[in-house]
Design a binder for this molecule. Structure first.
Ligand code: SF4
Length: 293
């Protein structure tokens, strides 16, 4: 198999095996991310993809799921993506779910009809690293799209019947715009009807522009209490019937699971309780131990 490091396997997807169809990230400019800094974006040639599929057909002939790599294979145009999915189906005829990650902006180059056709080929679940629904915050971390794009592109996914995830990057706006980030993200995410909302907590990794800005006093990061208060505000304003998962620093709170709206009251109560009496130092320690996204 051909893999270009780093390989990120979504821990929440039951995806095995992995197939590299792209490497790196086309954007590579988010101010909190260094994951693909040393990798130039590229697409695997069909010869390499078929070689890997032949290997998978020999080792995993009954595979029902597969995750396409890397950061945003979703960026591939319909004309490039459809033949890859056809090959996946040819070599792995029992495939039911083809998962991939992508950026909201990756959907701009596809029509609803093309998305429907890709869905028919098995592309039925997408993880969008959306991070925020607030324009100020999206600009601040240099995501390269705005709330209007999120609403427009997700409407296409809904029309095509492709389910998708949003991630909320807790802490991304720093102290000054925390409130707007929480409320506007919850509103935009709710409007788009995602299957799942996941939250990740901002960590200022070495080498990121956001860390440099924090050191220069230009970005004022939230402390653990501020992170929880922002997450609480986000949850209070989130109104979608989705699955909900939370980031590692608060993993012990048991907030993760399906049927968000049925559980929302309990999640709010837990977060309020943690803000009042939780071990914030332990959360800070967990955060400081993480080395990559
Ligand atoms: S966060 Fe995602 S879109 Fe942004 S640079 Fe990193 S991999 Fe690329």
């Amino acid at each position: 198999m051909h893999f270009t490091e780093p390989v990120y396997r979504n821990p929440y997807w039951p995806t095995w095996p992995l197939l590299e169809v792209t490497r790196g990230c086309t954007h590579n400019k988010c101010k909190f991310c260094t994951m693909y800094k040393n990798v130039q974006f590229g697409m695997s040639d069909m010869e390499q993809i078929e070689e890997d599929l032949r290997e998978l057909a020999a080792t995993n002939p009954h595979a029902r799921t597969i995750q396409l790599l890397s950061a945003n294979p979703l960026v591939l145009s319909y004309d490039k993506m459809a033949p890859i999915l056809e090959k996946v189906n040819e070599y792995l005829p029992e495939i039911e779910h083809i998962y991939l990650a992508g950026r909201v902006s990756d959907l701009r180059n596809k029509t609803v009809e093309q998305l429907k056709a890709l869905k028919d080929l098995g592309m039925n679940e997408i993880s969008l690293g959306t991070e925020s629904g607030d324009d100020w915050t999206l600009d601040r971390v240099n995501k390269g799209y705005h709330a209007e794009d999120i609403i427009e592109q997700c409407a296409k996914l809904n029309e095509a019947g492709i389910v998708f995830w949003h991630t909320f990057l807790n802490g991304a706006a720093g102290r000054s715009h925390s409130r707007e980030h929480a409320i506007n993200s919850a509103k935009v995410f709710s409007q788009t009807k995602p299957m799942l909302v996941g939250t990740g907590g901002l960590i200022l990794f070495p080498g990121t522009p956001l860390l440099d800005e924090a050191r220069a006093g230009e970005f004022d990061p939230l402390d653990e209490r501020g992170m929880l208060e922002e997450l609480l505000l986000f949850v209070e304003n989130l109104e979608c019937d989705c699955e909900f998962i939370t980031h590692h620093t608060i993993g012990g709170m048991n907030l993760t699971g399906p049927n968000f709206l049925n559980r929302k009251e309990g999640i709010v109560a837990t977060l309020r309780n943690e803000i009042e009496s939780g071990d914030l130092d332990q959360m800070a320690r967990r955060r400081s131990m993480k080395r990559s996204l």
